[in-house]
Design a protein around this ligand. Structure first.
Ligand code: C2O
Ligand code: CU
Ligand code: CU
Length: 431
């Protein structure tokens, strides 16, 4: 594990990009560049400092999604960065290797800022992950895949028209992967690891390969799974991540696709929420000769199961309309105080007819059950965001450690950003 210090500079600014090669420039925003931002990377045990400069015309913030860190470094709505200002959060990375991400979180404008392009990946490394025979050459056989959907107006601008029937926000008809339309990846190794991030504001994806071949699912939001799962699909709602390893054969082309996701809201409601949509996501183009890659191990990292019997608290969260437990987000209201170094069970239910999901800041949780059943392999590791099908309760267990602060809250919310902005969010402190 690292002992070092990592200093990053991130400059939020406006930009322009010709996404479709037709000369029409889309007004965008990005960190450092025109759209999205650099992948940040740090090892467990390292001290991180990020100097975030806001060159936008409005206030924003930068939240470290999935990171365990003090609330005042979290970059939520209570840490706004005024235009022209610099914010320099610092923390020590203290969690397993994982694929995390960062994005703005200004109250009421998160959807807008993310839609314009402000987001990036944050990879955490550790010794355990480094000791496993997994592909890890960044950009060669270990590749970030940030998936986002957009609509374009006639003049080429991002169009934020919301589908009012589904009521979940913007569903785009054009897919971007790392900001690219119609992308492909030249693969030079027998196995390639894809770090999938659903960076969309509302759309869920059900990822699979064009010929139906299985792949190795090795990681979820908070890091590697205890065991590799051989699956042919992995579904991600907004904010969720999965790490997969795909086997390729010399000279072939195979496409990562999104198949119609199962949103669990019934055929009609699913369809309005994007449940019938298919996309080509990323074409893999294998070279004629491929460098050897070791087989993916069956056993990955040990997972200490949190025990519900050790939980000191059970909390219930009902998501409906634009509120949680009937309350809409208020900056000046703390919804509850949790006690440091205790374990809690959270029972979360979507009591609407439409999709929601649930994200918690600071912690990674374990999923105890979904609709009363044991969770599928994709939910068998550490998670910070979980999909909520209507009327299907999800039980989570989490442990609050280290960072207590009675004055600065963490957020919990639906990560469909239109819902979050509209008030489907609450705040808790750890004391
Ligand atoms: Cu990725 Cu509170 O968000
Ligand atoms: Cu978050
Ligand atoms: Cu929602």
């Amino acid at each position: 594990d690292g002992q070092g210090r990592r200093v990053f500079d991130l400059l939020a600014r406006e930009g322009r990009r010709d996404f479709r090669g037709d000369g029409r420039l889309t007004r965008t925003a990005g960190f450092d560049g025109d759209f999205l931002g650099p992948t940040l990377r740090a090892g467990r045990g390292e001290r991180v400092v990020v100097n975030v400069v806001n060159r936008l015309a409005e206030a924003t913030s930068v939240h470290w999604h999935g990171m365990h860190l003090p609330a005042r470094m979290d970059g939520g709505p209570h840490q706004p960065i005024r235009p022209g200002a610099t914010w320099s959060p610092t923390w020590t990375v203290d969690q397993p290797a994982a694929t995390l991400w960062y994005h703005p979180h200004p109250h009421g404008a998160t959807e807008e800022h993310v839609y314009r392009g402000l987001a990036g990946m944050f990879i955490v490394d550790d010794d355990r992950e480094a000791a496993l025979p997994l592909p890890r050459r960044y950009g060669v056989d270990d590749v970030p895949v940030i998936v986002q959907d957009r609509n374009f107006s006639r003049s080429g601008q991002f169009k934020k028209t919301r589908n009012m029937i589904a009521g979940i926000g913007v569903l785009g008809d054009t897919l971007l992967v790392n900001g690219t339309v119609g992308p492909y990846l030249d693969v030079t190794t027998e196995r390639v690891r894809l770090r999938l991030l659903n960076g969309s504001t509302a759309r869920a994806y059900d990822f699979g390969l064009s010929d139906g071949r299985p792949f190795a699912l090795i990681g979820s939001d908070g890091g590697l799974l205890p065991r590799t799962a051989r699956v042919d699909r992995v579904q991600l709602s907004p904010g969720e991540r999965a790490e997969i390893v795909v086997d390729v054969r010399p000279g072939e082309r195979v496409t990562l696709r999104s198949f119609p996701p199962d949103l669990g809201a019934g055929a009609l409601a699913d369809r309005f929420a994007g449940g019938a949509d298919r996309f080509d996501v990323l074409q893999l183009r294998a070279a004629g000769t491929l460098a050897a890659s070791p087989p993916v191990p069956d056993t990955l990292v040990p997972l200490d199961r949190l025990d519900p019997a050790s939980a000191g608290q059970t909390r219930r969260f009902t998501l409906a309309g634009r509120a949680i437990n009937g309350r809409s987000m208020r900056m000046d209201r703390i919804d509850f105080a949790a006690t440091r170094d205790t374990t809690e069970v959270w029972e979360v239910v979507n009591s609407d007819g439409a999709p929601h999901n649930f994200h918690v800041h600071d912690v990674q949780f374990q999923v105890l059950s979904v609709g009363g059943q044991a969770p599928p392999p994709a939910l068998g590791g550490w998670k910070d965001t979980v999909y909520l099908a209507p009327q299907r309760p999800v039980r989570l267990i989490l442990r609050l450690t280290d960072h207590s602060d009675p004055n600065v809250p963490y957020m919990f919310h639906c990560h469909l950003l239109y819902h979050e902005d509209a008030g489907m969010m609450g705040q808790f402190v750890v004391v």
